[in-house]
Design a protein around this ligand. Sequence first.
Ligand SMILES: Nc1nc2c(ncn2[C@@H]2O[C@H](COP(=O)(O)OP(=O)(O)OP(=O)(O)O)[C@@H](O)[C@H]2O)c(=O)[nH]1
Ligand SMILES: [Mg+2]
Length: 359
Amino acid sequence: MKIAITGLSNSGKTTVFNALTGKDAQTSIYPSSMEEPHVGSVRVNDKRVETLSGMYKPKKTTYAAIVYTDFQGLTKGDAAHNRKVFEFIRDADAIVEVVRAFKDDAVVHPDNSIDPVRDASNLESELLLYDLELVEKRLGRMAEAAKRGKRPDEMEKKILEKCKETLYKEIPLRKTLFTAEEQKAMVHLQFISIKPKIIVINVSEEAIGNTQPLIEEIAARLHFDKNAVISLSGKIEMEIAQLPPGEAESFLKDMGIEQSALDKVVNKGYELLGLLTFLTVGEDEVRAWTITKGMTALEAAGKIHSDIERGFIRAEVVAYGDFIASGTMAGVKKSGLARLEGKNYIVADGDIINFRFNV
Ligand SMILES: Nc1nc2c(ncn2[C@@H]2O[C@H](COP(=O)(O)OP(=O)(O)OP(=O)(O)O)[C@@H](O)[C@H]2O)c(=O)[nH]1
Ligand SMILES: [Mg+2]
């Protein structure tokens, strides 16, 4: 999963990036002008993988991973600059949008005052404008081609018209219902406002315990899913990310932080993207795989290798809970809790799967 971090300049994007990745990218009070985004890959903590690895003692243990990117800030009203920023994040699966609520006179705000509701609203507008520009450019090109006698792709035209209408109403595409067929036909369009978005309010450390009113306000004013708004202190979380794991936990507790930024963002990301994890086990490797809810055993097989998908025979499936209750694979099989599933089986979170295949 790829998550792009965006936000206005000086909102704390790089600070949050460091908090999420444990990296040490330079943060500063001056707007950055990096030409290449920061990129950091982080494993997704998963107790199940840890437990299975302890039991199998495999040569290799592989966790699911999330790749975070951090780039220049967006600028209100500067479509050309924002286009450049958006080009970099077109392939992201989700967006984490950092909104500044922390006060610090040394850190200049591009609009000269701290107003997270205003900023969140401006950022959403920039996303909408970018998509609208994209739609109009495409429709314009289609009309040109039609004049030269080229028949337009009716499906795409219909989708573009639908998007245009939505965007004109200032509704982001992520809130629009598209049929499965439409979704498939629009993947290549690479809209930005269609991506699941998590708003991260970067608050002052004194405010950590009391952010619910601000979360509610932003969600209400922007008609945004309250569940996709989280708050944290970038500065503190960045410090925590540099600590050894044991110390980090007690520090979090002392600060009254229930869940680290890392876990919050990952959990929200999985939830919003509708992701789940299935597992493969063996003496060579214990591994977590990330797929989308609703995927079949055949599609899950394809995630591992196209050969396994092509030569798919059956999936041997054991629920993680059943496996742990039995203690061994032989035990699960004896108690009849191992299932043989066909290619249309819908994979469940925590399924331990052994694919039988033949190529
Ligand atoms: N007090 C306080 N300062 C913060 C916090 N988060 C970031 N800062 C400071 O704000 C300044 C900007 O932070 P960055 O993380 O560099 O911001 P950015 O959004 O990456 O900025 P650009 O890349 O220039 O757009 C730095 O001096 C940070 O130390 C916070 O939670 N509290
Ligand atoms: Mg930065």
